[in-house]
Write a protein that binds this ligand. Sequence first.
Ligand code: UT7
Length: 343
Amino acid sequence: MLNRMVGKGSKLVGCGSATPKLSLSNDYLSNIVETSDEWIATRTGIRNRKVLSDGETLTSLAVESSGKALEMANIKPDEIDLVLLCTSTPDDLFGSAAQIQRELGCSKALAFDITAACSGFVLGLITGSRYIKGGGFENVLVVGADALSRYVDWTDRNTCILFGDGAGAVILQATNHDQDSLLGFNFRSDGHGQKHLHAFVGSEDLKEKTYAVDDNGAAFLPSRASPAFIRMNGKEVFRFAVRCVPETVEAALEEAGLSGHDLDWLLLHQANQRILDAVAQRLQIPSERVISNLASYGNTSAASIPLALDEAVRNGKVRPGDVLAIAGFGAGLTWGSAIIKWG
Ligand code: UT7
């Protein structure tokens, strides 16, 4: 029986990540579209990306990353109360969180998906902490996972060089209010910007079959969704990121009662090294305090922040007590940030 006591804090007690086996280098992509390692590396900082192959699925990556997070947190699957899968690319249109719950054996957990593109993980973290704060939940698994390779137009050099697949997970655990690891947050959306970044689901009419005609003689022509392709105006999205990300981080810092100088690490959605550099410069955060792993994985959408966090924790860069600003931005448009304390 849940104790719906309000006012609990959330502690980050575990993390994990998983990426596909198959790695595609910039040189490999230059065989598919007119591009070069030099162009991609200079304009984005990306050198490799990993994509699903050979029976791998989004769910299998999510389960692997979650298993590692549970192990680090020393928590059994049946102690998890809530599984949040932040993704825009579930294996099942109706959501894949419940499959993660099933495969891990989180027998008592509620599970559902959250879609907010590349901002998804930040929103998932905030959502999970609210279930702990006001809902009496004890342990929440937040997974960021995406497989945008399924929706990339591999003939479009403007987008296909950017994206990769991956998964990262964290465990939030209830703690006393004064030990809350979520020190501040800020989140925004603006649907006007959809024209700059989207993956519209098309529709194919099944014209070969007439299903029915209603009393007024109108025919029902069933339609079927056709695959979506990612389309992006890179320049506009770049401008949006460089303008809005510093603002959201500053708003979250203000809520936390902190300034940029108090941050040990800046961990942004891994979209482009030039965006990371520009945002860090605006926030006056030196480059040695900026976490970046996009050279190896490209833009993994909702997975990028927990994937980079997991690497930084496991290689000893991020230590217990360190304060990080994390920020996501992308389709929607959505953007948001959180000031978190690790461990
Ligand atoms: O996670 C969602 C958030 N998404 C993002 O954050 C993406 C933000 N945008 C970006 O990262 C950058 O805008 C890109 C990396 C996508 C593009 O970089 P850019 O410096 O804005 O280049 P551009 O689009 O202005 O293109 C410059 C030139 C063009 O040629 P012309 O018109 O100058 O002759 C492009 O056709 O580079 C050409 N180009 C390429 N050349 C070689 C575009 N893509 C490629 C390519 N290889 N892959």
